[in-house]
Design a protein around this ligand. Structure first.
Ligand code: NAP
Length: 318
């Protein structure tokens, strides 16, 4: 139920009911009105004080220009590379996100993808379903336990991946903007150097301009014909064209990808390859974690309207 006197919120994505239901109970929610009915949107735009967005949402300066009363953008997700944060700050708009609560799920998925690609889980499943088992065994996979793991981005999620990898007896190394003195893992200054010292390279940096195509042909070349790439960060961090070429030519052994350059569109060339595992951006997609993310995204809005400190503003807005 909505209250006509309740603050007006523009939801810029089809948010999950976990987030949308409490939003609707507390606010007047306009669900993607800017896309579905521009004329009606023009009527309510001057009253909109908050945007509710998903991690994949684009919130541009042009949209903000139409919302003179906008005060807060609450993203359900830790990545907020779709939000023009500089434009928000210039307008006195604060941006919030949901860090921490999804570390376990994304780290679990990274490990699952490492196992899936090296032990050929998805391929093996297709093999059995197609009835091919009767004509012989599947070619051998690659042992993961004990293999060298390189993590590109040693933040909250990178550290959760490292902890899990230790249980597999994997030596862990990483790259990030800076070395972490408090962590026991080897630091490499560049992704290329890290790739050269890794059997599995897992990418878990933020997206955006600073990391665009950080994983390029040179890094893939350094990873080498026995190396696996796992991307659970953002599609923009990996040069998809270079990756497809590397997979086709055997420059690397395989890849497992949760994120893509142009979601939900995945290039046919990738879909045609057997040495890749492809999943549809499901890093945080469990009931438990989506509940926790929705609670945090809602708490940020609630705190704003109650004049309380925000639970999790993005670093640029703190
Ligand atoms: P975080 O704690 O901020 O960690 C980010 C890490 O990336 C930090 O170690 C940072 O280095 C490093 N980094 C940033 N820019 C870099 C650059 N230009 N070159 C090398 N390293 C760089 O973030 P988090 O909570 O772990 O989340 C990381 C990202 O995962 C999110 O931003 C999001 O894009 C992605 N994600 C994906 C999913 C999914 O569904 N697949 C779910 C959640 C999150 P410093 O430590 O030196 O600053």
């Amino acid at each position: 139920m909505t209250h006509s006197s309740a603050p007006d919120v523009l939801a810029v994505a089809n948010l999950s009911p976990f987030f949308l239901d409490p939003l609707r109970a507390a606010f007047t929610v306009h669900l993607r009105l800017h896309e579905t009915d521009p004329a009606a949107f023009a009527q309510v735009a001057p009253r909109i004080v908050a945007i509710a967005a998903s991690g994949e949402s684009k919130v541009s300066a042009a949209l903000m220009d139409q919302l003179p009363a906008l005060k807060i953008i609450s993203v359900i997700g830790v990545g907020y590379d779709g939000v023009d944060v500089a434009a928000a700050k210039a307008r006195g708009v604060v941006v919030t996100h949901t860090p921490g609560v999804l570390n376990d799920d994304v780290a679990d998925l990274a490990i699952a993808l490492m196992l899936a690609v090296s032990r050929q889980i998805a391929l093996a499943d297709r093999y059995v379903r197609a009835g091919t088992w009767t004509s012989g065994p599947l070619p051998l996979g690659r042992k993961m336990s004990g293999a060298r793991l390189g993590i590109v981005g040693m933040g909250r999620i990178g550290q959760a991946i490292a902890q899990r990898a230790l249980a597999f007896g994997m030596p862990v190394a990483y790259t990030a903007r800076s070395a972490k003195a408090d962590l026991p893992y080897a630091f490499h200054a560049t992704p290329r150097e890290l790739a050269a010292a890794s059997d599995f390279l897992v990418v878990i940096t933020p997206g955006g301009a600073a990391t665009r195509k950080l994983i390029n042909a040179e890094v893939l070349g350094a990873l080498g014909p026995k190396g696996y790439l796992v991307n659970v960060a953002r599609g923009s961090v990996v040069d998809e064209t270079a990756l497809i070429e590397a997979l086709q030519q055997g420059t690397i052994a395989g890849a497992a990808l949760d994120v893509f350059e142009n979601e939900p569109n995945v290039p046919e060339a990738l879909r045609a390859l057997d040495n890749v595992v492809l999943v549809p951006h499901i890093g945080s997609a469990t009931t438990q974690t989506r509940h926790a993310m929705a609670a945090r995204a809602f708490a940020n809005l609630e705190a704003h309207f109650a004049g309380q400190p925000l639970p999790s503003a993005v670093p640029e807005c703190r």
